[in-house]
Design a protein. Structure first.
Lengths: 287, 287
């Protein structure tokens, strides 16, 4: 059973249409008089973070990637629960956690600590309060919508390479991703679909395309200014950038700090096309 | 940094009194017009479940132990998010998950799947709706209160031994714990403190005692009928039973299916005393 089959089996047992989290990056449910948004990400050593990476950076990233999922919903963070496998340098993990929680004014609500052998794993559940109804989802993109990107891509890739190769280049984009919370809340009332890019622009664009039954037509010349020089192809396929990807009416780029990178079209043979053609190779990072 | 130091460091960064989950088995926050209860447990192969155990039982237990935390708060479950490390027999995990979610009418809201080496780990975050305010906590026990137990203890221990030694004895109490959700909701308006026993009667009783600044005086003759014959001492120190432990006024055992096992007294030298003396050896299971 591979990951897709597993998720599909899980979806089959989700008995309610409220169980949107399985098809999306966050679950959205009505609770009391408000809308609760929940998201969970697990990170594994050597898979999501480099072996031997500073636990303060791991803690930052663990929380930030979940807050980024909330950003994709235009939600305001409330708190997090953390699952931590005890190890060495736990004081650095606490330090990083304190930093990220204070930076984004998020409560530490609880969690669990465990012991384990082998690769260490950390989990984070974040809860947030939706600021706009309906909550943006992946399935609302319509032919004619413009496609926008909320920031630069490929810089986490450069950061990863710098950290892996121990060079002096800036590795902060990989170590300390910045969730676009304010932008997400500003965009929520205006977008037809929105998500954060965690697994690569092309792959995550294909997720919006598949959920919305449309094709996303992206243009290289529009993306290029947002990516590192000479690395555009890699940048579009690398994850970890955590910038917002959304679709919506023309002109959003005049109101908000987003860049138009293409156009939604009627569903074609491929979910994503790049300068009119199916992109070559892997669309992004699957893990 | 050991677990206690780590949790204490975490508590130091929890900036709000709402961050009760760190000192308790669940976080309680106001959300919308209602009270949200959140809990997270992570289980690790060979630590919380036996190596090679049926993934259907793992899934059941993963969800049930979180629902048991909600039971301790008198909360009604809403949904869960699951973190799963992909492996073999994932279809069995899905089957067990379906069974436990249907049994307790709980939504599968989302989660994450990851790949990892070494011992596998699974996480579950459960959210619930508090049914009574104030939500029962650990810190409300007062001298003069009676101590009650919501069911039998030590049978998960027998189940563990049966499964480990591959005997024909009943292992269901270990494999398929039953969260006392209805009992927790019934008791919530009447108790002064409540929690579910996950790490052993004596250890969890000491947690109520410490949180409430009292001593819990337990009597062997009152506990003995609830434990396997000849195994009383082990049963009081073994975890995984997931029955409710609470304190409150005399007479609750006439109204509800609970058994009185002792009395809360003013704080003495020890948090828990057994027939008037400090219990010998470990109080319970720490992990």
């Amino acid at each position: 059973m591979n990951e897709a089959e597993f998720i599909s089996a899980l979806r089959a047992i989700a008995t309610s249409p409220q169980a949107r989290g399985l098809a999306d990056d966050a679950a959205v449910i009505e609770f009391g008089s408000e809308t609760l948004v929940l998201t969970h990400d697990t990170m594994v050593e050597s898979v999501h973070v480099l072996e031997g990476q500073d636990p303060a950076d791991i803690a930052w990233k663990l929380v930030a990637v979940n807050l980024s999922d909330l950003a994709g919903k235009g939600a305001e963070p409330v708190g997090v629960l953390i699952s931590h496998m005890l190890g060495s340098d736990d004081h650095r993990l606490v330090a990083g956690l304190k930093e990220v929680l204070e930076t984004y004014d998020v409560l530490l609500l609880g969690g669990d600590t465990v012991r384990g052998d082998g690769a260490r794993a950390w989990g984070c559940t974040a809860i947030g309060r939706a600021c706009h109804s309906p909550v943006p989802a992946r399935d609302g993109a319509r032919p004619g919508d413009a496609i926008y990107l909320g920031g630069r891509i490929g810089f986490a890739m450069l950061g990863f390479e710098a950290l892996r190769d121990d060079t002096d280049d800036d590795d902060s984009a990989y170590r300390r991703p910045v969730p676009q919370l304010a932008l997400g809340r500003d965009l929520a009332p205006h977008v037809s679909a929105m998500m954060d890019i965690s697994d690569g622009l092309l792959l995550d664009a294909s997720r919006i395309a598949n959920a919305s039954s449309v094709t996303l037509a992206i243009e290289r010349t529009l993306v290029a200014p947002l990516a590192p020089e000479d690395r555009l192809e890699d940048a579009m396929r690398w994850g970890d950038d955590y910038v917002l990807l959304c679709t919506g009416p023309a002109g959003l780029d005049a109101q908000f700090p987003v860049t138009r990178i293409g156009q939604v079209t009627a569903k074609g043979a491929d979910p994503v096309i790049l300068d009119g053609e199916c992109p070559e190779g892997n669309l992004g990072y699957t893990h």
